[in-house]
Design a protein. Structure first.
Length: 199
C-alpha cells in the first residue's frame, strides 16, 4: 500500500477522492451497499485505511456521495431534455415520455440498478440527519430548476412535486412486487397523472 503523508496537495486530494468514488461505485454495482466495505475500497485504491477517514467519516457517506453523483447526472440530462422542448409542440404526453425515459435510465444504471428498498433504508439510517435534510433540499431546488421553463399552474407547489417524483422513484425499487409486465405502463400512468396536476 502507498503510505501518503497526512497533508496532501490539492491535486493529490482530488485524485484520491476520485479513485475512492470510482472504486466505491464499482463495489456498489457488484456487491450492493451492505457487502461493500472500507477494507475492500482502500485495498483497491492502494491507500492505508486511516487515509480513507481523512476524506470520509464513514463508508455510508462515501457511498451516498457516489449515489448522489449518479442522481445528479440523471437530473442534469433531464433538465437539458426538458429545456430543449419546443413550446409550440409541448404537451403533457411529450413531457411524460421524457420523464419516463429518465426513470428507465435510472433503473438501468449499474449503481442504481442494484439498490433495493432494504439497502436504501440501511444507508439512510446510518447517515447524519442533516445530510439527508440537505439532500431533500437539493432535490427540491433541482425540481424547481428542471421545471422552471415549463408552464406550471400558478398554485403548483414544487416541493410537493419533488416529493411525488421521489415517491415514484422508490416505486421502481419494488418493480417485482408491483408486477414487471405492467410496471412500465403503471409508471407512465402515474407520471402522466402528476404532470397533468402541475402543468
Amino acid at each position: 500500500m502507498i503510505h501518503l503523508p497526512k497533508r496532501y496537495s490539492d491535486h493529490e486530494r482530488e485524485y484520491i477522492k476520485k479513485r475512492l468514488k470510482e472504486e466505491a461505485a464499482d463495489c456498489i454495482a457488484k456487491y450492493g451497499i451492505k457487502r461493500t466495505t472500507v477494507d475492500e475500497i482502500v485495498k483497491r485504491v492502494k491507500i492505508p485505511k486511516g487515509t480513507f477517514y481523512l476524506f470520509y467519516q464513514s463508508k455510508e457517506l462515501l457511498l451516498f456521495d457516489v449515489i448522489l453523483e449518479q442522481h445528479d447526472l440523471i437530473e442534469q440530462k433531464l433538465y437539458q431534455s426538458i429545456s430543449q422542448i419546443d413550446p409550440s409542440t409541448f404537451s403533457a404526453d411529450k413531457l411524460t415520455d421524457i420523464i419516463l425515459g429518465f426513470y428507465k435510465m435510472a433503473m438501468e444504471m449499474p449503481i442504481l440498478k442494484v439498490l433495493n428498498s432494504d439497502e436504501i433504508e440501511l444507508l439512510a439510517r446510518k447517515l447524519p440527519q442533516d445530510i439527508l435534510v440537505e439532500h431533500l433540499g437539493h432535490d427540491d431546488t433541482m425540481v424547481e430548476r428542471v421545471f422552471s421553463s415549463l408552464p406550471l399552474k400558478k398554485d403548483a407547489d414544487t416541493k410537493i412535486f419533488s416529493a411525488a417524483f421521489r415517491a415514484l422513484y422508490f416505486s421502481t425499487l419494488h418493480k417485482e412486487e408491483i408486477g414487471e409486465e405492467q410496471f412500465d405502463y403503471a409508471l407512465r400512468t402515474l407520471i402522466y397523472g402528476l404532470v397533468t396536476q402541475f402543468i
